[in-house]
Design a protein around this ligand. Structure first.
Ligand SMILES: [Zn+2]
Length: 374
């Protein structure tokens, strides 16, 4: 009798084991289907700096070519530089490394390489920021800078399926007078692919309000506008960017979560936050992923996109950020589709092109989801 009972127990254990294996392998299939979806889905990236997206090998080669003395001799030396401890150190490293870029040809090369990288992430449309102040201060010809970058992105667009718009990201700590001067350069280069104007840099000591007239002039000239806000400063900075600068897209904006009235405003006025989770943790804007408000903002109905900010600096890619959204923040296939379509709808493109991009992505994502069952 005991033998029979033992045999029955063993057989039940066996069946339970098999069931577990079935469950585990179904889960694995679901995870690998979701990962394939992340890799293959056509994407949009709206918050990305050219200077933070240069491969270390290219940085070193450009520094050698231009006789620029970098505080790093080899790729591991460059990687060491990426171990900054706080946001200020990060900005400093960012500026130092960008010194390697000198000629239009340099900008063409880094833009082309970034275009190819984006295409490999299946990014169909991206907006890439350049930081004009430092080039201006080094007496580079900004027209040459922009046109070099535009040539590189155009080549990537011809060879791959990726379209890139350029945005001037003005370092607010350099003041309003210089902003006027560089805005002229942005406007002059609209025919070379400059689509937007933004402020970045030191958010703590330089609130947005003094730039109100610069932004109004940018809008009048036909540039689209955005601002870094609510990254390291609280809701007042986001309110200022919306009310004084008239932006409808905010770089980061994560600190909006501290003000329920602002969250409600963002939702009802369809203002988009371009969120960069890994960047926020790496710069110390949030202490850890667990403290990041991505999920809470999304659940509150705020329109948001997911971005890399500075993929090489932060050792990330857009696919990695999407994986992070799934693994750390519980985003579903449908949530990711919404994120990428929000990006397409918020793109600084002419109305017709934007509508075409939205349609293309909607159709392709729907087909892909049906094929992968996600
Ligand atoms: Zn940024």
């Amino acid at each position: 009798m005991e033998v029979v009972r033992r045999a029955a127990r063993q057989s039940r254990a066996l069946v339970a084991g098999e069931n577990n294996e079935v469950i585990v392998s179904t889960q694995q299939q679901r995870i690998s289907a979701l990962d394939e979806y992340i890799v293959r889905m056509p994407k949009v990236e709206l918050h990305l700096h050219l200077e933070g997206a240069i491969r270390p090998a290219t940085l070193l080669a450009l520094a050698r070519r231009n006789g620029v003395d970098l505080p790093a001799r080899d790729e591991s030396g460059v990687a060491q530089l990426f171990n900054y401890r706080n946001f200020h150190e990060f900005l400093t490293v960012f500026m130092v490394l960008a010194r390697s870029l000198v000629t239009g040809r340099d900008f063409e090369q880094v833009a082309y390489e970034l275009g190819v990288h984006l295409a490999e992430q299946n990014v169909r449309y991206a907006e890439v920021m350049i930081s004009p102040v430092q080039y201006h201060r080094r007496a580079l010809d900004l027209d040459e800078v922009v046109q070099g970058a535009a040539t590189g992105f155009a080549r990537a667009a011809r060879e791959r399926r990726v379209h890139v718009g350029l945005v001037f990201d003005y370092g607010r700590q350099f003041g309003v007078d210089l902003a006027w001067q560089l805005l002229e350069s942005a406007i002059r280069n609209m025919k070379h692919g400059v689509v937007g104007w933004s402020i970045g840099g030191d958010e703590i000591n330089y609130p947005p309000e003094p730039f109100a007239e610069v932004f109004a002039a940018a809008r009048r000239a036909g540039l689209q506008v955005m601002a870094h806000a609510g990254e390291v400063v609280g809701p007042s900075s986001v309110w200022g960017a919306i009310e004084a600068l008239g932006v409808r897209r905010i770089g980061h904006g994560i600190r909006s979560i501290d003000d329920p009235a602002l969250v409600a405003y963002l939702r009802t006025h369809h203002i988009v936050l371009d969120v960069c989770p890994t960047s926020n943790v790496r710069t110390g804007a949030v202490p850890a992923f667990d403290a990041h408000p991505l999920r809470r903002l999304f659940d509150a109905g705020v329109l948001l996109t997911v971005n890399t900010d500075d993929p090489v600096f932060f050792g990330t890619t857009l696919c990695d950020e999407y994986r992070l959204a799934v693994q750390r923040f519980g985003f579903t296939a449908s949530d990711l589709a919404q994120v990428t379509l929000t990006g397409a709808r918020a793109a600084f493109l002419p109305e017709m092109d934007r509508a075409a991009l939205v349609r293309e992505l909607e159709e392709e994502i729907e087909r892909l989801r049906a094929e992968l069952g996600v």
